[in-house]
Design a protein around this ligand. Structure first.
Ligand code: PMP
Ligand code: GLN
Length: 404
């Protein structure tokens, strides 16, 4: 078998191969986001694929980072992150959600949400363990679960509203369940996990003594008057939940890679034990700037939400005009859409590449967020609306030409 031959010749790549992170030749597979962004750049297409904003974040936040660099905040910060940021994170959880977080023992600053997720998974899951994710899932979860050696167990989110079926949640838990990864608002579908499901998951996690990792990076991107409610706010959840978030989406600084994880001291200590060997510490001059951002007045957060909601509506209308059928987006940066069947574009991986070339609009195949047998639509595309109005309008205009 190719895998065995490969492993025999390159034993140092065995872990990556087992986790599906390299191709048959042992080359690293680029992420779907990197691949589609490269295609956008190559063909001058409008990039509604990888979720990053074109606009800069708030001037106060950017200025604070510049001042920090000029002011000499350029050496290793403390292992848990600067106290100022840890306190700002705790204040933020109290201000928006009424959650008590201990800034000394209950907050860890990480290299983006990505490292918070990776360190949490590696801290609690290993060979013989099971980790539950909801499918479609953000691709990094599967990659890191693979690296940990644990087994990924998935629960389908059913279109069009992308909620799970209670019986399937029950069936996913076993005595081997060590972790449950939740993500709401959800990438890629834009759904918000209903309260009844969260309560069910918390009760099952308690029964099986599993830890919940709740990825809440889109916490401030919740639309139509709804408000984000963290998983840790559910009854009985706080004692077993690690809540992950990041500056990337809230302050439009995806390149800074400042994230954090909050939770009970014992769980945070376990995550630190891994994090300190991954990156040790990260992003000294950005940490104070993110603290500034977290303390911004309510108007900033309201305006961010209003802007993104307007852009969601603009993209939704444009996709509908182009003949796509769309799933409702309650939060996040994303709309999931099925291309018109009459276009006969083929599977999503094929159609996303074809649309990048003509009419020049990049999206992400939804199938990249799941396994081929996991019930994820093999034709749907994910479009990001964290882009200027004129880019969204032009993308819509281009897609509409397909029907003429
Ligand atoms: N989780 C989800 C659901 C995401 O969409 C992303 C991408 N922004 C991340 C984690 C990674 O966040 P970061 O860039 O802060 O590492
Ligand atoms: N979270 C971003 C998205 O879903 C991409 C992050 C990445 O490129 N890994 O589009």
């Amino acid at each position: 078998m190719a895998d065995d031959a490969h492993a025999a010749h390159a034993p140092w790549k065995r872990t990556a191969a087992a986790a599906g992170l390299v191709d048959a030749e042992g080359q690293a597979r680029p992420t779907i986001f990197a691949e589609m962004s490269a295609l956008a750049a190559e063909h001058g297409a409008i990039n509604l694929g990888q979720g990053f904003p074109d606009d800069d974040g708030p001037a106060e936040v950017l200025e604070a980072a510049v001042e920090a660099i000029r002011g000499g905040i350029n050496q290793y910060p403390p292992g848990r992150g600067f106290a100022d940021l840890r306190h700002a994170v705790a204040e933020h959880q109290q201000r928006f959600y009424g959650l008590d977080v201990n800034p000394e023992s209950g907050v860890l600053v990480t290299a983006g949400a990505t490292e918070a997720i990776a360190a949490s998974l590696l801290a609690f899951a290993g060979p013989g363990d099971e980790v539950i994710t909801f499918e479609p899932y953000y691709d990094a979860y599967a990659a890191v679960i693979g690296l940990s050696g644990a087994r990924q167990v998935t629960v389908r989110l059913q279109s069009p509203d992308f909620q799970p079926v209670p019986a399937e949640i029950d069936a996913a838990f076993s005595d081997r369940t060590r972790l449950v990864v939740l993500n709401s608002p959800h990438n890629p579908t834009g759904s918000i996990l209903e309260r009844e499901h969260i309560e069910r998951i918390v009760a099952l996690a308690a029964k099986h003594d599993a830890v919940i990792v709740s990825d809440e990076v889109y916490e401030h991107l919740v639309y139509d008057g709804r408000r984000h409610v963290p998983v840790a706010a559910a009854a009985g959840a706080a004692e077993r939940t690690l809540t992950v978030s990041s500056a990337a989406k809230t302050f439009s600084v995806t390149g800074w890679k400042i994230g954090w994880v909050t939770g009970p001291a014992a769980l945070i200590d376990a995550v630190i034990a891994v994090k300190q060997w991954l990156t040790y510490v990260n992003g000294a001059p950005f940490q104070g700037a993110v603290a500034t951002g977290l303390r911004m007045p309510d108007e900033f957060f309201d305006e961010l939400r209003a802007t993104l909601q307007r852009r969601r509506d603009l993209l939704a209308a444009g996709l509908i005009d182009a003949g796509f059928s769309i799933a409702p987006t309650a939060g996040s940066y994303f709309i999931v859409a099925e291309p018109p069947a009459a276009l006969s574009l083929g599977d999503a991986a094929t159609s996303a590449r074809a649309l990048a070339l003509d009419p020049g609009v990049v999206s992400i195949p939804l199938s990249a967020f799941g396994r081929s047998d996991g019930g994820v639509s093999q034709t749907a595309l994910r479009f990001a609306f964290c882009k200027p109005d004129d880019a969204i309008a032009e993308a819509a205009r281009r897609l509409q030409t397909l029907r003429r």
